[in-house]
Write a protein that binds this ligand. Structure first.
Ligand code: IMP
Ligand code: ZN
Length: 348
């Protein structure tokens, strides 16, 4: 069947690599800004999101991307109301795009002006997820949370994230991630944290941003990351042959590939057709899961990521369905969720 017969929005999809703050739409950030302005809350000269991040602007690179959070979005999403409002909006957007299972990730942070602790930050997100899932006529989207360690964190802060994983494991948190500016390092200090996670909470999924930039693609760093035994790795761009072989040798590892993010941010050379999705999607030893990373910034919903691979790599309807289906094996959400997804995901 011709691939243009696939309705990519209706296709039930799995999203495993989405950062909460990067997934907030500009319209939603604008609503937050307006409400705060109306309430007379001091916004420290913060511009309207629709001016700061004009609709249609998606060419953020690694230099302009990371400050967007610390210098802008975090100043807008700085209390319980904004966190709940933006989380619900992100869930609605993924559900409307036909996502049926979402692993949202976020870096726990305090909100000093609102007196919010990191634990309360996590609790607020989990309660927004529960609220979303308990609404009448709830769409089939089910959401779990992954907590991120930022590369800029100290080892103590990373341990704090692991403590939060322990506290909220079984209550919606299913994984631990390493994210953040790939030019920041070194990452060795986090080894004991990820090793302790594996040893003391083996059910917790581990996912790592991997070889995202040249600076974070050294063989030394990648072998260190692989020694933490991740269940999944994200981006997977700057690889030597040795690392490529090592990934295959380990087997059944999930590769979270984010095409639009990589192309718009100039993280790969060339356009979509030269993306390394083409190299990996047929490799039997690994499982490729298409993901959006930061749909609020890069503007490409998951349905469009599927349309892009169909267009640039010639996937058929059967290929598309089996790509989504294979992803079930690498979710962190447990066996019951896997069974639910097997019933929902299209067979060709
Ligand atoms: P948050 O963790 O929900 O606040 O989402 C924003 C954070 O996610 C940013 O501050 C980054 O540390 C991280 N992040 C978002 N996209 C990327 C990426 O492509 N690579 C690495 N880190 C990222
Ligand atoms: Zn990411």
């Amino acid at each position: 069947m011709a691939v243009d017969a696939v309705d990519f929005k209706a296709l039930p999809k799995i999203e495993l690599h989405a950062h909460l703050s990067g997934s907030i739409s500009r319209q939603c950030l604008h609503e937050v800004w307006l409400k705060k302005k109306e309430n007379g809350e001091i916004l420290d000269g913060l511009q309207d999101p629709l001016v700061e991040m004009p609709l249609g602007k998606h060419d953020y690179d690694l230099k302009t991307f990371f400050p967007l959070f610390s210098s802008y979005i975090y100043h807008l999403v700085n209390d319980i109301w904004a966190l709940r409002h933006t989380t619900l909006s992100v869930l609605r957007d993924f559900a409307a795009d036909g996502v049926v299972y979402l692993e949202l990730r976020t870096t726990p942070r305090t909100m000093p002006s609102a007196g919010l602790t990191k634990a309360q930050y996590v609790e607020t997100i989990l309660s927004a997820i529960a609220e979303f899932e308990s609404q009448p006529n709830c769409p089939p989207l089910r959401t779990k949370l992954i907590l991120s360690v930022d590369r800029r964190n100290s080892a103590e802060e990373a341990y704090e994230v692991l403590t939060l994983c322990r506290q909220f494991y079984g209550k919606g948190v299913v994984g631990l991630d390493l994210c953040g500016d790939p030019e920041k390092g070194p990452i060795d200090k986090f080894g004991p944290v990820f090793e302790e996670a594996k040893r003391t909470l083996p059910e917790l999924g581990i996912t790592l941003h991997f070889a995202e930039a040249e600076a974070s693609g050294t063989e030394e760093e990648l072998l260190t990351l692989l020694s933490w035994k991740p269940d999944r790795i994200g981006h997977v761009i700057h690889l030597s042959d040795k690392i490529r072989e090592e990934i295959k040798r380990r087997g059944v590892m999930g590769l979270e590939l984010c095409l639009s993010c990589n192309v718009h941010a100039g993280m790969i050379c060339g356009g979509f057709e030269s993306h390394h999705f083409g190299e990996w999607w047929k490799v039997e030893e690994t499982i490729v899961v298409l993901s959006t990373d930061d749909v609020g910034v890069f503007g490409s919903p998951l349905s469009n990521e599927y349309a892009l691979v169909a267009k640039h790599f010639g996937l058929t309807r059967a290929d598309i369905c089996s790509l989504v289906r294979r992803g079930i094996d690498v979710i962190f959400g447990g066996d019951e969720e896997k069974e639910r997804l097997k019933g929902l995901i299209w067979t060709a």
